[in-house]
Design a protein around this ligand. Structure first.
Ligand code: HEC
Length: 299
């Protein structure tokens, strides 16, 4: 098929094929790399935040709770500040007031929560169910869509590992009176030891980072396209100047000579292969003239 095409067409077709191959190969390699990096960045952010929330919980449990625990028995209203989940959630709400973090979420999504704001939505319930079914599963990560754009989440199971938790989460009778006053008798009871009751879920916005990666890929392909376009222009120009034009001239001169116009000459414009060719043609023309002269004499 290539045989019937002109030189410049062949070159351009080959160049285009190389260009497409290069764009597809390098584009997909580059986008895999960028997406991998974007995911790592998002995961690192989410992990940092999750660890921070764990520390807030720990601080509440070890330092705030012991101070306030006696007051739980005497106060009318429950002091939610004693609950680690409450402090983590409140710290997060405060962080979210900062516009840069408004799309970050932390939730102790629970199937049967004490505070209804911790109620797992259908998506979160699915994650909790997975943890309940596979005891070995320690973490789930992934993306979920939200009105604010795609979110990357890390979820970890919440397991009741301490007997002490059951005081407030087993039966209303065992719980402090103040808890019943604040939260009622319906929610957050009936939990069992070693049961997975919910999942800690941290969500961080992912669309921004992923869009950035997308833009970088487009920019990369754009620059590659410009580089190739320039290369094609230069190669075409060189081809025309050094090969096509001289060859056309030579073909024209050869035609003239073949029709008997011995004044036509093969102009040698360069010292490269094409120049050698025109030199050879000139020598052939000289030989031809001499041969013809000799033939003429012989008659
Ligand atoms: C003194 C009572 C008390 C004890 C002890 C207690 N909790 Fe709670 N817990 C609560 C209350 C009250 C809330 C609701 C706080 C709020 O308003 O966010 C809560 C909230 C939670 C939540 C968030 C979901 C929900 O129910 O709203 C989890 C998870 C949780 N507790 C787990 C535990 C674990 C695990 C332990 C043991 C280490 C424990 N709790 C010990 C009273 C208690």
């Amino acid at each position: 098929m290539l045989k019937n095409l002109k030189l410049s067409q062949k070159f351009n077709i080959l160049l285009l094929a190389v260009f497409l191959g290069a764009v597809i190969l390098s584009g997909s390699a580059f986008s895999a790399l960028l997406n991998h990096n974007a995911e790592r960045e998002v995961t690192a952010k989410a992990n940092l935040l999750l660890q921070t929330m764990l520390s807030v919980r720990q601080y509440t449990l070890t330092q705030v709770n012991p101070e306030l625990a006696p007051r739980l028995e005497t106060e009318e209203q429950f002091l939610p500040q004693t609950a680690p989940g409450y402090s983590a959630r409140e710290v997060m709400e405060d962080l979210r007031k900062n516009a840069d973090y408004s799309d970050f979420f932390y939730k102790e999504a629970t199937l049967n929560p004490t505070n209804l704001r911790d109620k797992a939505d259908p998506f979160e319930s699915q994650l909790v169910e997975k943890f309940r079914q596979e005891a070995k599963l320690k973490e789930l990560t992934g993306y979920r869509t939200s009105p604010a754009g795609d979110l990357f989440y890390i979820a970890r199971p919440i397991k009741i590992e301490k007997e002490s938790c059951l005081r407030c989460h087993s039966t209303p009778e065992a719980a402090p009176k103040s808890q019943l006053v604040s939260y009622g008798r319906e929610n957050g009871f009936g939990w069992k030891l070693n049961e997975i009751v919910g999942a800690q879920i941290i969500s961080v916005p992912a669309s921004g980072i992923i869009n950035n990666a997308g833009r970088a890929i487009l920019l990369f392909i754009g620059i590659l396209a410009i580089a190739f376009a320039l290369a094609m222009l230069v190669i075409n120009w060189l081809l025309r100047q050094t090969v096509i034009r001289p060859l056309n001239k030579m073909a024209k001169a050869a035609n003239e000579v073949s029709m008997g116009n011995m004044d036509a000459s093969f102009e040698q414009t360069s010292d490269d292969e094409i120049g050698n060719l025109s030199e050879a043609f000139n020598r052939m023309k000289t030989s031809l003239i001499m041969a013809m002269k000799m033939l003429g004499r012989g008659e």
